[in-house]
Structures are given as C-alpha cells and as structure tokens.
Design a protein around this ligand. Structure first.
Ligand code: PMP
Length: 401
C-alpha cells in the first residue's frame, strides 16, 4: 500500500476540525520563550500546596488504597461533596451534599450544560464578552447565541427584555471576577438578575471559578443565594488548589442534578476517585483557612503591579480604558475603535520586548466581533517582566493612536 495514502474519516458536522483557528495561531506566538506573555490563563504554580497534597496523597494510599484506586459512585465521594456543600453554605448559598455533583473540571460541566439543554438552534444567553471555552463547549450543540447587555459594571439586568430571553435554554453568566473582563456584578444587580429570571422564566448557569480569589473584600454571595430554584452553579478546584487535578463540581436542585448525573454516567462514569479523596483530605485539613489567604495575597500583589504599570505607562487617550479588577486573574482593555488588537499584537511581538495577550474578538459570541479589545492576564508573570511588558505594549500602542 502507498504509505502516503491518508484516508480522511467523515467527521460529525459539530466536531469537524475547523483548522482555521486564529486564536490558536495567536496563542502559539504568545508561547514563544522570548515573549512576555499576558495571554495565558494559568493560575500561579506558587499557589500550589505541594507539601499538603503530597501528605494527603500518602494518607489516602495508607488508609483508603482499595477504595481510592477503585471505581466509585457517579455523584462523587461523599467526603468531598460534604466539604463543598459546607463551604457554599458558609458563603451564603445553603447547599446539601445531595445537591453536589463532582465533575472532571468545570470545563466538563460546560460541556454537560450544552448537551443537556441545547438543541440545534436553541437560544443560549451569554454575556458580551464571555468565556471563550464556554462558547466552544456550547457551540458543539449548535445553539443560537444571544448576547446580554453589559456595561462597565458587567451584566446589566435592567436592560434584559422579555423578547431577548424568550425561549432561552439558559443564561450563562460569570457574576464574580469575570473572564475576560475581571468585572464583578453588584449585589443589587445579582438580586435584579434573579428577579428577571423569575419574571421571564429562564434558568441561570453561573460559572464561578474565581470567586475565592478576591484581593481586599469578599464578593457578594453567588447567584444561587438569590435564585436557588433556577440556578445551576459551576465550581472548580482549579484556581484554589491546582488545575491538574481536573476537579470541578455542579450545584443544582436535586431533580436537575439527577439529570446531570445520568449524562455524566454516560460520559465518563465518574471523576477520578483518587484525586477526589486527596482533594477532600486537603480541604478537610483546613486548606481554605490556611492556604487561600496566601494565594489571595499573591494575586493581589500581581494585580497591583499590573495596574500600577498600566497607570504609569499607558498614554492618556479619551478612548483608552481598562478594568480595575478586585479579584481574579484578568484585566480587559478597550482601545480606540480604529485599532485592531490582533494588529497591535503583531506589532508588539515584532519589537525588542515582545509581548503577548489575547485579542478580545475571541470572547464575543456573534459577528461582527469588536476588534478593539484585549485581555491581559498577570498572575504568572514576574513583576519586573510586567513592568517591561506593559511599557513595551504602551510604546507600540502610541504608534497606533
Ligand atoms: N470557566 C471559566 C470562566 C474559566 O476561566 C475556566 C478556566 N480557564 C473554566 C471554566 C474551566 O476550568 P476547569 O475546567 O479547570 O475547572
């Protein structure tokens, strides 16, 4: 047989490789070792509790090896669901362990939301901008995205109309330290969003990976505290513990959780028993109390360095602005209308101090996608490189103004 012969399988319409991902090209450029990259969304490895994890893993193997290495129930191990439920309850959203389903990262939960609720053409409400990975996950089910009204304070529920949400399967929202903007919606807006959801009868899928990463003040309670009967909350251990665990969870009313569980069972039976038990042990040993303040302080320092550098270096221009996040990992910058962030990135990558970031178009659901935004992430970049990178970005930007 001719070794060059490469037959092509027939891909499904939904999952056929697109092969034209501008965003993948951009991220590949930003990954060059000489580039100061504000592109990645990785949590800082300095925040990984390595010793605690090693100790917990050993404890699990010493005490529960047969269980840890065996199949387990789809819903997740009880001790992990218990710590998660207790934590949510403490933070203002009363939750029982029955309302927790452990999943393999919140990205799996997003995949599940798409499969469970979306038929081809169904309406899905999203913020504008929103998390790129959620758009990708939902897109596998060919929804019709409708963008919700957002302003400098995030999602604005006052502007949601009945017509906008009519027939929607759910609204996907990130009320706290949003990706990509870093914005947090106020308690009043949360309350109003819950009221709108009731009035117009739609469900909320709340994604909350960053809620624990506040710098000064704890944010308002999650949406589940305001509309528990119609909110599904997605959480993750990726930012408080380590993303390599691939541990996330879904919180929902029992009847909806049962539907999620039936789906999860078909997808992968259950999430790794071993990592669930390690995580449960680390958390029950007081990780939230002892470890999280250190992670928050680290993120606060990084955010402060980024914001100070932006203040110092960026040119004054009436159409140039950026968000001032109070937690999380991202800052969102608005450029004058005529500047394309992807062009700006090409230009700054060609300088002596090349800088990477994510051009903002990737975070919008529908065309025409605004080109004049960019996302900067700052948690893994050493402070002196933040300073040098922001200066280089500002110098290149001046040439575009
Ligand atoms: N949701 C949002 C908003 C995110 O930013 C991320 C990770 N970048 C995820 C979900 C997925 O995280 P994980 O699968 O690690 O829980």
């Amino acid at each position: 047989m001719n070794n060059d012969f490469r037959p092509t399988p027939t891909y499904s319409a939904a999952c056929a490789p697109k092969g034209d991902s501008v965003i993948l090209e951009v991220l590949a450029l930003a990954a060059r070792p000489d580039v100061i990259s504000f592109a990645g969304g990785l949590p800082s490895p300095e925040g990984f509790p390595v010793k605690e994890i090693a100790k917990a893993a050993q404890w699990v193997l010493d005490n529960h090896a047969a269980r840890a290495l065996q199949y387990s129930a789809c819903q997740g191990v009880p001790e992990l669901r218990e710590v998660i439920a207790r934590r949510e309850t403490e933070k203002g959203a009363p939750t029982s362990p029955d309302e927790v389903l452990v999943v393999s990262g919140s990205q799996q939960a997003l995949d599940m939301m798409g499969r469970l609720f979306v038929d081809a053409g169904s309406k899905v409400l999203v913020e504008s901008p929103t998390y790129m990975g959620a758009l990708q996950a939902f897109a596998l089910n060919s929804p019709k995205f409708v963008e919700l009204p957002c302003d400098e304070e995030g999602l604005n529920p006052d502007l949601i109309t009945r017509e906008m949400v009519e027939g929607a399967r759910f609204a996907y929202v990130m009320p706290t330290f949003q990706n990509p903007t870093g914005l947090t919606i106020s308690e009043e807006r949360r309350r109003k969003l819950a009221e709108k959801a009731r009035e117009f009868d739609f469900w909320l899928v709340e994604d909350n990976p960053y809620g624990e990463l506040w710098y000064e003040d704890e944010p308002a309670p999650s949406l589940r505290a305001f509309a528990p009967e119609r909110t599904i909350t997605l959480g993750t251990m990726s930012k408080v513990l380590a993303p390599g665990f691939r541990l996330g969870y879904i919180l929902a009313p029992k009847h909806v959780l049962d539907a999620c569980m039936e789906l999860k069972q078909a997808m992968d039976l259950h999430t790794s028993t071993f990592t669930q038990l390690i995580c449960a042990r680390v958390l029950s040993e007081g990780l939230f109390k002892d470890h999280l303040p250190m992670v928050r302080a680290l993120y606060r320092r990084q955010a402060r360095a980024m914001l100070d550098a932006m203040e110092r270096e960026m040119p004054q221009h009436p159409e140039l602005s950026w968000t001032k996040p109070e937690g999380g990992m991202f800052l969102w910058m608005k450029l004058p209308k005529h500047i394309d962030a992807a062009e700006l990135m090409k230009a700054v990558l060609a300088t002596d101090v090349p800088v990477g970031f994510v051009p903002g178009f990737a975070f919008f659901a529908n065309d025409p996608k605004p080109a004049n935004y960019l996302r900067l992430s700052f948690v893994t970049v050493p402070v002196e490189r933040i300073n040098a990178g922001v200066k280089s970005l500002a110098d290149t930007l001046r040439k575009f103004l």
